[in-house]
Design a protein around this ligand. Structure first.
Ligand code: NAG
Ligand code: NAG
Ligand code: NAG
Ligand code: NAG
Ligand code: NAG
Length: 423
């Protein structure tokens, strides 16, 4: 795809990313796309409809993760219609407000730019680089541009860095030029010049309410990697239940210092070819004294609703779960799920599921692995298609944990916390 650059740039001073280390992190609201606070909220949708859409998003996202992890592609995870959490983003000078998908499963930050040749309709104001006095294009010789296989130097100008991100069979894509501008989430003090994509050609299924995407992955282009020492190389989130009227939190920097009910489980991130994904080693899953051995990588993903296990691990876990629930499962589980029970039967779930990691156990309570609908209850852990597909810890399983990523020490910690309370 050839990108026509239709504007020129004002050059102003470039704010360097190195800032002082902060003691306290900046807390930002994370708005679940289907929570009442979301601009995507449609009150006419039932809980079943909302979750089925989420299950569908989860499935398409899982397929993309499979493709990303199997190929050597750096990061093609760009679709703003499928991450589950939105953040308010303020970009440029004068500042433009928009909502963007916050995604731990991808790195690139991009916004749809006013100058776009092929655009999707967007309900909020579009960022116009010509009107921002602090916008600069990213030169081709910057390391961000030369190290990323999805970027190249524009033939026409010979100086501007172009990006091209495509998903799956290429039917959904964003392409444009890379630039830098002041960027802040919500109204925090992280107003810093960041490298991001200015999307000029968008094609495929994009959501009208999201003006872009904020990558929070582990690769160099993600917001958290770019902010680096400014946020003590750390970020965390605390997710509330999807149906909650309270927003989830994203914290850039040290997580809020509150009294914790139990000590955190700190586990190392495992190295893998794709630096975007946060993976840990899942040793086993246990319920009471019964244990399923696993010893595989598990991707911690806030953008995936459901949790995916390989088919063999899943079926061993499912047998234990079924044996602990006296009621018969529904013959036809809701679409997207494998195991559902009828609520009429007076179902009681009286057990916890333990994800055993190096460094400790993450104890999931029933609301972390069962979703309650009006007439049924479904297991939010599902099998992946193939044995080699990545296993994913989705966001339902992470509700009411402070999940903190330390990019310098390369660890992730899980601390049980009531996320609907103020930090
Ligand atoms: C990149 O190129 C510009 C001019 O084309 C030059 O001034 C600058 O020093 C170069 N930067 C690096 C890191 O090579
Ligand atoms: C790509 O995939 C989408 C969604 O699965 C499908 O609608 C489209 O026809 C496919 N395009 C091509 C060129 O195969
Ligand atoms: C970010 O800082 C610039 C000046 O450095 C200022 O003009 C702009 O209003 C700030 N943006 C926000 C959202 O505070
Ligand atoms: C959320 O707020 C709505 C309307 O303000 C209310 O009807 C609903 O019961 C609340 N939900 C919860 C879980 O508190
Ligand atoms: C969390 O705190 C809120 C407000 O204090 C309370 O309503 C809710 O029941 C608590 N949730 C859990 C899971 O303890």
């Amino acid at each position: 795809m050839h990108i026509i650059l239709i504007y020129f740039l004002l050059t102003l001073s470039f704010h360097h990313l190195q800032g002082e280390t902060q003691n306290d992190g900046y807390t930002i609201n994370l708005i679940h796309r289907y929570s009442p606070m979301s601009p995507l909220y449609n009150s006419a949708m039932t809980l079943e409809e909302r979750f089925q859409r989420l299950a569908h998003h989860s499935a398409t996202r899982h397929i993309r993760h499979i493709n990303n992890l199997k190929s050597n592609y750096f990061d093609t995870d760009i679709i703003p219609s499928d991450g589950d959490y939105l953040v308010k983003m303020v970009i440029g000078n004068p500042p433009v407000d928009l909502y963007a998908i916050a995604d731990t499963g991808s790195d690139l930050i991009w916004v749809q730019c006013k100058a776009c040749d092929v655009c999707y309709s967007q309900t909020t104001e579009m960022f116009d680089p010509k009107k921002s006095s602090s916008f600069k294009t990213l030169p081709c010789n910057s390391t961000f541009c030369s190290n990323d296989p999805n970027m190249q130097c524009d033939d026409d100008t010979g100086t501007d860095c172009e990006y091209f991100y495509a998903y799956g069979n290429g039917s959904t894509m964003s392409a444009g030029i890379m630039g830098t501008d002041l960027l802040t989430l919500d109204s925090t003090n992280t107003n810093t010049s960041c490298v991001f994509g200015c999307g000029l050609v968008q094609d495929g299924g994009f959501d009208n309410n999201a003006g872009g995407l904020v990558g929070l992955g582990g690769g160099p282009l993600s917001l958290v990697s770019q902010l680096g020492p400014t946020i003590s190389n750390k970020f965390s989130y605390c997710l509330t239940p999807t149906t909650s009227n309270y927003t989830s939190r994203l914290t850039l920097g040290n997580s809020p210092s509150t009294t914790v009910s139990k000590p955190a489980v700190v586990t190392p991130l495992v190295n893998q070819d794709n630096p975007t994904y946060y993976s840990v080693n899942l040793k086993a899953i246990s319920i009471g004294h019964q244990e399923v051995e696993v010893n595989k990588d598990l991707v911690i993903d806030s953008g995936s609703t459901l949790t995916y296990l390989d088919p063999d691990t899943y079926s061993r876990l499912e047998s234990i779960v079924k044996a602990l629930i006296p009621e018969e499962p529904m013959e036809n589980p809701l679409p997207g799920f494998k195991l559902c029970f009828d609520k009429k039967t007076g179902l009681k779930i009286a057990f916890h599921i333990n994800f055993k990691l190096n460094g400790g156990d993450v104890l999931l309570v029933d609301s972390n692995f069962f979703i309650e609908f009006s007439k049924s209850v479904c297991f939010s852990i599902v099998p992946s298609e193939g044995d080699d597909d990545p296993m994913i810890l989705g966001n339902i399983a992470q509700v009411n944990f402070e999940v903190e990523f330390d990019l310098k020490r390369k660890t992730v910690s899980f601390t049980p916390r009531n996320c609907t309370q103020n930090p």
